[in-house]
Write a protein of this length. Structure first.
Length: 94
């Protein structure tokens, strides 16, 4: 299942597609360990990408995760999110 979802997330970033729901699902997958190990940094990254694309629930989940993460972990998640966003389609700072 994780491979299928990862494939969707990678496809969602190509060509500027806005598949925020896929990003949100990826965040949930990593936050809960559904089909993978729990990874708060990865979860924060995917929730951040979904939040920037307008998913209100992702903002809340990202903020809840951030309360459990160190500043270093949050910075890493933000750096990873910026790597996913093409320069010409970035709508807001991550």
């Amino acid at each position: 299942m994780a491979r299928f979802e990862m494939h969707n997330a990678e496809t969602a970033t190509m060509g500027g597609d806005n598949n925020a729901d896929v990003f949100c699902e990826m965040g949930l997958m990593y936050a809960t360990g559904r089909g993978c190990s729990v990874d708060l940094v990865a979860a924060h990254k995917w929730f951040n990408l979904a939040a920037v694309r307008g998913v209100e629930a992702a903002k809340s989940w990202r903020n809840q995760l951030a309360a459990e993460m160190s500043a270093v972990q949050i910075a890493e998640a933000q750096r990873l999110a910026r790597e996913v966003v093409p320069d010409d389609t970035a709508e807001a700072p991550l």
